[in-house]
Structures are given as structure tokens and as C-alpha cells.
Design a binder for this molecule. Structure first.
Ligand SMILES: [Zn+2]
Length: 449
């Protein structure tokens, strides 16, 4: 035991030594993180590698908000309507047959598609209609076996407005900016706030229109049963140098949303089908506080009203603080679970506040508190939080060609590369560079080519 420990410390020291020339804050935090990686890597070495390949799969669904354009909206609404019509027709036909013969009949959607008055059923996704058949059959068998009540008609807006379609060949595609569905024109814009599961094979999509008109897309993925652990992925990375085996993200502190990540997203998460955004959660209350504060200023000091108003304001402040912390906790937990390597810029908060005169926004947007949370949560999850040198020119470097654009001004929100012509949001570009720099450091640490 002791022997192992000494050996491990020496190894950690040897690797940490290559960082001696970096700024102190970074050197120390990287060293700590590296120690942990090595501990993980050593733990793997002890177990026989090359475990039996597991061919079992599990399904996992991810729900994303979508933003269809007018023509997509119309087509999907039409599909939902057609599904409802087919379902209800199947129900009345089945009920009738049951009454006459006492037997359940199997009905295919083609029965209705071939009817002249329903010929427009051919204009929507046939797989969605096939799923209606399956759903109807399940409803009847559940009813007859006593598992559930008698199937009822689906009423518009009462029953869920949704349909399900399956992957057949190449008919459904998910890319990083959208979803392609059969018979729906173009690419439906999706907000992929949570990364698509790694190694996930898409099986089906359920399209739902909520009563408020918002569209949601539930993607069902088939995944290998046992997900690889972080240690296994790191091991694979060391062996192959392939950084795609790691889930990685870079965050660039950015106002007013706290940060922009290397996928170009501001912090937000999904809770009970709502997208929670930092700005909305927090700024609304800030306005309210300002309003109550103005009201207070018009009151006579130390009057009863004045004191009641003070309490009201104090409560709002407490609520704002609570909401902010809740958001930061949610966000940091989700990131530390979803990603293996998170790279952030090592900012000197005091220096920024002074030099940019952005004091209030910088401190109350909670970046510092957020980083503290990320730190201990990454440690708890066994994940890696890397800090890159604060002098690393993250926003001046072109993420496409690597050109360093020294003339970029602080006020330039868009980066236009004079060499390769790449045009990108300044903060998103910085986040990508931070992510890349984190991976570069990892490669350096493990001497991976
Ligand atoms: Zn460039």
C-alpha cells in the first residue's frame, strides 16, 4: 500500500513538473486534477481490461423543445389530426365488430387511406398512422385483460396532441441543430440543451404540441446497456488519443448570461418540460426589487409603511439569492454529470471588476460561486475541471485556423477572422478555444500524440 502511494506521488510530481512555467493558480489546480486522473487510471490497471462486450441495450429518451417554422407546424398539426381521426375510426369500427361478432378485429390504417373521403391521410407520415394501430391494439388488449378501462375516443385538445414515428432506414436524422422527420419539410430547429447520448442509436420520435402551442420532441435512443465510466473513457483517450471518446465542453464567462459554452449555448436546463434560463429566473426579480426600492425611497423614513417595505425588499433579496443559488446548483450538477472534461478560463475576479467597471454584473451573475460549485461537484463525480491560463488569448484566437487577431477590441461582439474569413460570436469562439485548450493540456499531460 505505502509503496504504491509513494510511486503514485512521484508520478504525479513528474507530470506536474511540466507545468511549472504556468501561472501559479493554474499549476496548483491542474496538479490536483491530474492526481485524480492518475488515481482513476491506476484503478483501471488493477482490473483486467477488455471486459466482455455487452450486447444488451437500454432505451433512453431525451426531450427537446423544437421551433418549427410555419410549414412544419402545419404539417405536424395535420399529422396529429390524422392520427386522431384514424384512432377514433378504428375505435368505432372495432366496437361495432365486437358488438356484432364478439370478436376483436385487426384493422390497418390502409383501410382509411384507401377511402376516397380520407385520401388526404396519404399526405402524412405513414409510420405515425401505423403507430396509431399499435396503440389501438394495445388499448384493447389492456382493456380485455383487465389492465385498464375501455378505450375511449380521442377528443381534440383533451387527449394529448402528439404522434410517434419510427426510424426506418434513413428517414429520421438528428444533427446538432435540428431534426429531420418524414413528410415534414426541411429541418426542424431543436434546442439541444442537453447533449445527445453518446453511442445512442435513434429509434423513434414522439412529437407533442402542448396546449400553449409549444412543440416538444421526445427522441428515443437505444444505448449499449452499460455506459462506460469516465475512467474507462480516459483510458481509451490515453490509448488512442481520440478526444471524441471524452465528453468535453468549454465555458467562457460572458455577460449577461453568465457564460457561453462551446456549443454556443447560454446556461439553461429543462425542468418538468420548462426551459429554465438564468436571465429569466433572476433578472425579473431584480426589476421587481428595483421597483420596490424606488417605492421605498418615496416613503417617510421609519414610518410603519417604510419598515414593512424594508421587510418586503429583504424578502425579495432573499428570494433572488435563493433562485440564483438554485440555478447555479442545478447547472453545475448537470454539467458535472454530463461532461468528463470541463474547461473554464481562470479569471481573476477582482482584476476584472476593477478594470472593466462591470462590477455589479460580474459579481452578481454568480460566476465565482458557480466555479466553486463546479469544482466540488466535478471532484465528487470524479470528473475533470481544467482552468486555462487567464492570459491565453481565448477570444482573440480563430477557432478555425488558429490565427491570433491582436486588433480585436473588447467592444467587438463578433469575431471576423482576417485570415480564413471565419465569422462567429466572440464569446462562443472563446468557449471553443477554451475547450480546445483544455484538450490540448490533457494531451500534454498524458503525452498523447
Ligand atoms: Zn481564421
Amino acid at each position: 500500500m505505502t509503496k504504491n502511494k509513494i510511486k503514485f506521488d512521484i508520478k504525479a510530481y513528474a507530470i506536474a513538473k511540466s507545468f511549472v512555467l504556468r501561472p501559479i493558480s493554474m499549476r496548483e489546480s491542474i496538479r490536483l486534477d491530474i492526481e485524480r486522473i492518475i488515481r482513476n487510471a491506476l484503478a483501471i490497471e488493477k482490473t483486467p481490461y477488455g471486459r466482455k462486450k455487452n450486447t444488451n441495450t437500454v432505451n433512453e429518451s431525451r426531450r427537446y423543445r423544437g421551433y418549427p417554422d410555419m410549414s412544419q407546424d402545419i404539417q405536424m398539426s395535420k399529422t396529429i389530426g390524422c392520427c386522431r381521426l384514424v384512432y377514433n375510426n378504428m375505435k368505432s369500427d372495432k366496437d361495432e365488430a365486437l358488438k356484432k361478432t364478439g370478436k376483436l378485429v385487426k384493422i390497418l390504417p390502409t383501410k382509411y387511406k384507401n377511402m376516397e373521403e380520407y385520401s388526404w391521410l396519404n399526405e402524412v407520415d405513414a409510420l405515425a398512422l401505423s403507430n396509431v394501430q399499435l396503440r389501438s391494439e394495445r388499448a384493447y388488449s389492456d382493456w380485455l385483460s383487465g389492465k385498464s378501462g375501455k378505450p375511449c375516443f380521442k377528443k381534440k385538445h383533451v387527449a394529448s396532441d402528439s404522434y410517434t414515428t419510427n426510424v426506418v432506414g434513413n428517414n429520421i436524422k438528428v444533427t446538432k441543430d435540428g431534426l429531420v422527420l418524414p413528410k415534414v419539410p426541411g429541418v426542424i430547429k431543436l434546442d439541444i440543451h442537453r447533449p445527445l447520448p453518446e453511442n445512442g442509436k435513434i429509434k423513434s420520435v414522439t412529437v407533442t404540441r402542448e396546449p400553449d402551442g409549444k412543440w416538444y420532441f421526445s427522441l428515443l435512443f437505444e444505448l449499449p446497456e452499460k455506459e462506460e465510466t469516465f475512467s474507462e473513457r480516459i483510458q481509451k483517450f490515453i490509448e488512442t488519443g481520440d478526444m471524441d471518446v471524452l465528453n468535453h465542453i468549454g465555458l467562457d464567462m460572458s455577460l449577461p448570461y453568465m457564460y457561453v459554452d462551446s456549443n454556443g449555448h447560454h446556461p439553461s436546463y429543462e425542468l418538468k418540460d420548462n426551459i429554465i434560463e438564468f436571465q429569466k429566473q433572476y433578472r425579473g426579480l431584480q426589476d421587481q426589487i428595483a421597483r420596490e426600492q424606488r417605492r421605498l425611497s418615496k416613503m417617510q423614513k421609519h414610518s410603519k409603511n417604510y419598515e414593512a417595505q424594508c421587510i418586503r425588499i429583504a424578502k425579495l433579496h432573499a428570494k433572488a439569492k435563493h433562485r440564483r443559488n438554485d440555478f447555479l446548483h442545478q447547472m453545475s450538477s448537470r454539467l458535472s454529470k454530463a461532461y468528463d472534461v470541463i474547461t473554464i478560463e481562470d479569471l481573476n475576479m477582482a482584476a476584472i471588476k476593477q478594470s472593466l467597471n462591470l462590477g455589479k454584473s460580474v459579481s452578481d451573475n454568480g460566476w465565482g460561486a458557480f466555479v466553486t460549485m463546479l469544482e466540488y461537484k466535478c471532484r465528487r463525480e470524479g470528473k475533470l475541471l481544467l482552468r486555462v491560463d487567464k492570459w491565453f488569448p481565448s477570444s482573440k484566437t480563430c477557432s478555425v485556423c488558429g490565427h491570433v487577431h491582436h486588433d480585436l477590441q473588447l467592444g467587438d461582439r463578433t469575431y471576423e477572422c482576417p485570415v480564413c474569413g471565419n465569422v462567429m460570436d466572440r464569446d462562443e469562439q472563446a468557449a471553443i478555444n477554451i475547450d480546445n485548450e483544455g484538450l490540448r493540456i490533457l494531451k500534454e499531460v498524458f503525452k498523447v500524440a
